[in-house]
Design a protein around this ligand. Structure first.
Ligand SMILES: C[S@@+](CC[C@H](N)C(=O)[O-])C[C@H]1O[C@@H](n2cnc3c(N)ncnc32)[C@H](O)[C@@H]1O
Length: 275
């Protein structure tokens, strides 16, 4: 039996969201896989790594999935306060140190290029991974050990922009794409060894899934509330009920970059590790 608009919304608003776990709306939305496989790429690179940093680990879900492959020295950063303890709990069984980063040092928009210091010593990490988290390329270059690698999958500025257009809200980012990010990485002295970008069709099957998503990802529509956007959401609900899913475009890009192999290695953490 199909639900009414109010039933979908009430259920979505009552549901919890924790860490970076969208299982509540499993099967009710989809994002196609990228043409590259970030997890497989990282898993392959872990074979060469004796130390790993995961930037912006969220609730630690992705890193935990790599558990058996993690090097003994694995650290993760997290700046969103509610997720620091979630990540610590998830990653404790794998011996991962989760470093809380001061929220003041975090960009208001987690997907934008950010300028914040990483709490790690120079040239101290073999592999820095970053899925859907902002980064300061200079900081990444600073902490990478000689011959180390940076692997990042980013959400581009065009991601899900159809939602903003339908709701009549400003787009979340003016510009963030492979070209600009690659420039930043190269300007930091890293050598880009793989770069890919893709636009793919994603979709929401019911308005409850869309509302849940927009509450979990508050930077997509910054002033989102169901009341504020009720007419547009009701129109989308009617469309989804009769015509099928609301299709949107996802925008992703991948950069793998290497640091020069000839610098001097130093596998020490900064004094404030573990804060
Ligand atoms: C897009 S998530 C990706 C997390 C992880 N790297 C992954 O791939 O699963 C990026 C960041 O958003 C943070 N985040 C979640 N909810 C947030 C909120 N309401 N405000 C700011 N950041 C939030 C997460 O803690 C995480 O660090």
């Amino acid at each position: 039996m199909t639900k009414t608009f109010d039933q979908w919304v009430a259920e979505a608003e009552a549901a919890a969201f924790s860490g970076w776990d969208f299982s509540f709306i499993d099967g009710r939305w989809w994002e196609p896989p990228c043409p590259w496989d970030y997890q497989a790429l990282v898993t392959g690179m872990l074979k060469q790594a004796t130390s790993l940093l995961d930037m912006g680990t969220g609730g630690g879900e992705f890193l935990a999935a790599l558990g058996p492959h993690l090097p003994a020295r694995t650290v993760a950063t997290e700046a969103y306060a509610p997720n620091i303890d979630v990540a610590r709990k998830t990653l404790e069984p794998w011996g991962v140190t989760v470093l809380g980063i001061s929220p003041e040092s975090m960009h208001a928009h987690p997907l934008q290029d950010a300028v914040y210091p990483l709490p790690l010593a120079d040239r101290s990490v073999d592999l820095v991974i970053n899925r859907h988290e902002s980064f300061d390329a200079g900081e990444v270059a600073r902490v990478l050990a000689p011959g180390g690698h940076f692997v990042t999958q980013q959400v581009g500025a065009r991601d899900f922009e159809a939602i903003n257009r339908r709701l009549g809200s400003p787009l979340p980012l003016a510009e963030w794409s492979l070209a600009g990010a690659q420039e930043q990485v190269q300007a930091a002295g890293l050598q880009v060894v793989q770069a890919e970008e893709a636009l793919m069709t994603a979709g929401f099957k019911d308005v409850g899934a869309l509302v849940y998503y927009l509450k979990a990802v508050p930077w997509q529509v910054e002033d989102f509330s169901v009341n504020r956007y009720r007419p547009a959401l009701e129109a989308l609900h009617r469309e989804m009920s009769t015509e099928g899913p609301f299709l949107v475009q996802s925008h992703r890009f991948l950069i793998i970059a290497a640091s020069a192999a000839d610098a001097h290695a130093n596998f020490e953490l900064a004094d404030d590790e573990g804060s």
